[in-house]
Ligand binder design. Structure first.
Ligand code: PEP
Ligand code: MG
Length: 558
């Protein structure tokens, strides 16, 4: 039997299934007061200590420094004596142990939320600790990532930040989640790590398969594949590998139009990997990822050192640095001005840069200094531009810092609509399809249930992209794409047909995109874009493109 979801990280694999347990904290309707509050207190403390110990031992085993930090920070929360004191208070008020734990957690969640910024970010970790300790008090298995002794396909409702951070690429063959969305950071992280992944695959947990075949490009899932299905999966994986092996060097359509293929990076480690790979550079360096979890703003020297390391990893190739896109789904304690009711519509990206004096100037100065100390072709762009005034303000600041190639992201519909005017202030633009979808369809990119609106095959997304890209062509300025959509081997063709001149994506997606591009002409790509825009639904758009695609590509990606 087959199920399907949204493929977010390519690769075809088959393996045994390990399910990541997800439990919502369900409190008993009426829980009697504890007869022996001191004993209940000790038992709750023991549960919290056990959560912390499990986190610490995972932290000790993971190699990645960021993952270690996330896990150790969560363990520290579980051991916080202030939480233990509050549990005593709650027990004294006559609550049972589950409600006392929940009461203490809520008390601190409110406090942290009120403090905002870095502290508010810790609420997710606090709730993760709560779910784990609650399960232990009930004698259940702790939710979250099980210890993997041998390679397996992880099946989960969704992955918590601590789970996503601790993914072990040697043990995790693939990830399949029921929730999540194509632009969630778990999806991006999986693609970055090269782990095939499918999200929004409803029914996979209830189907309780022992083994799964996973196609991370098409989103197709085979439950307990039989011999013939296994052969087909292996065969498909081999054919895809052959197609990719033939693809080398700069991106080109079959009739020779050059389309730059670039890697999205967020850390120094990403830069080293991508710098050593067959790409023409980086079209999106998400600088905020380098500073997640920091208490204070990084100094000019720290930033200069970080950026120089990244630039040097690319030699003389291009690196498009995006200035801090803090806020919403990427909160940074030191770049925050309190909490927003609707964070995605609030203070994020350029809006924060304008609000916090010196934030942008220091970053631009560091980028310019690092650029001068490397051979890389450094471009700089701003996130969340909505108006010409914002674009001009950014361009002036970037040029004042001595940077030559200055651009803006097109990820707010108003920017796409007025791309011609925006481009009169700067040198290039890059479409961020993740946020452009979010704002075009008024659908939170973190809200898994809205994934169908965030489907990158939505015709409206391409109508608007083409509108912006036509404006860039008229202005004679490059319009790239750095959202996840450009990493899909069919949508990449649609983007090229819309006039997009460079595609930046998770590194693991580049080979298939390059191979797909090499098998289609510019005219075919243009016909695909037209067909997508003329379609009434995302499904129709996908079908239309498959019909126009080279049969060998269509057969592998259907
Ligand atoms: C986008 O919004 O498409 C994008 C590339 O930026 P991010 O995913 O970091 O918001
Ligand atoms: Mg964005």
């Amino acid at each position: 039997m087959n199920l399907s979801g949204i493929g977010v990280s390519p690769g075809v694999v088959q393996g045994r299934v390990v399910t990541v347990h997800h439990v919502d904290v369900e409190l008993p309707f009426a829980e009697p007061a504890e007869q022996d509050p001191a004993r209940a207190h000790d038992e709750i403390r023991d549960a919290l200590d056990a959560v912390a110990t499990a986190m610490e031992s995972r932290a000790a085993r993971v190699a990645d420094a960021e993952a270690k930090e996330v896990l150790n920070a969560t363990a520290m929360i579980a051991r916080d004596p202030a939480i233990a004191d509050e549990i005593s208070n709650q027990l004294r008020l006559g609550k049972g142990r589950l409600r006392a734990l929940a009461g203490a957690i809520e008390h601190f969640a409110m406090l942290l939320n009120d403090l905002g910024g870095y502290m508010a970010e810790r609420v997710t970790d606090l709730r993760d600790v709560h779910r784990r300790a609650h399960a232990r008090l009930l004698g259940h298995v702790e939710p979250g990532m099980p210890e993997l002794q041998s390679p397996a396909v992880l099946v989960a409702h969704d992955l918590a930040p601590a789970d996503a951070a601790a993914l072990n690429r040697d043990m995790v063959l693939a990830i399949v989640t029921e929730q999540g969305g194509p632009t969630s950071h778990t999806a991006i992280l999986a693609a970055q790590l090269g782990i095939p992944a499918v999200v929004r695959c409803e029914g996979v947990i209830a189907a309780a398969p022992h083994t799964l075949g996973v196609d991370g490009s098409t989103g197709e899932i085979t439950l307990d594949p039989d011999e013939a299905q296994t052969r087909e999966l292996i065969d498909r994986s081999r054919r895809r590998a052959r197609l990719q092996e033939q693809s080398k060097g700069p991106g080109r359509t079959r009739d020779g139009r050059h389309v730059e293929l670039l890697a999205n990076i967020g850390t120094f480690a990403d830069a080293i990997t991508a710098g050593g790979a067959d790409v023409e550079g980086s079209g999106l360096f998400r600088t905020e990822f380098m500073y997640l979890g920091r208490q204070g703003a990084p100094s000019l020297e720290t930033q200069t050192t970080c950026y120089r390391g990244v630039f040097q990893a690319f030699g003389d190739r291009k690196v498009v640095v995006r200035t801090l896109d803090a806020g919403a789904d990427k909160p940074l304690g030191f770049a925050s001005v309190g909490t927003d009711v609707n964070p995605a519509l609030g203070m994020r990206g350029l809006r924060l840069q304008r609000e916090i004096p010196g934030l942008l100037e220091t970053q631009l100065e560091a980028i310019a200094a690092a650029s001068a100390q490397s051979d890389a072709d450094v471009w700089v762009m701003a996130p969340m531009i909505a108006t010409v005034a914002e674009a001009r303000w950014f361009a002036d600041a970037a040029r004042a810092a001595g940077l030559q190639q200055v651009g803006v992201m097109v990820e707010v519909p108003s920017a796409a609509l007025r791309a011609d005017r925006l481009l009169s202030t700067c040198d290039f633009a890059s479409v961020g399809t993740n946020d452009l979808s979010q704002y075009l369809f008024a659908a939170d990119r973190l809200q898994g249930r809205l994934a169908s609106l965030l489907d990158a095959w939505q015709p409206a997304l391409w109508q608007l992209t083409k509108h912006a890209s036509d404006a860039a062509a008229r202005a004679g300025k490059p319009m790239g794409m750095c959202g996840e959509a450009g990493g899909d081997p069919l949508l990449a063709l649609v983007a090229v047909g819309a006039g997009i001149s460079s595609l930046s994506m998770s590194l693991t997606k580049v080979p298939l995109v390059r191979a797909s591009l090499a098998m289609h002409t510019q005219a075919q790509c243009e016909a695909m874009t037209e067909a997508v825009i003329d379609s009434l639904t995302p499904e129709d758009a996908h079908k239309a493109v498959l019909e126009l695609a080279d049969p060998a590509v269509a057969e592998l990606l259907a």
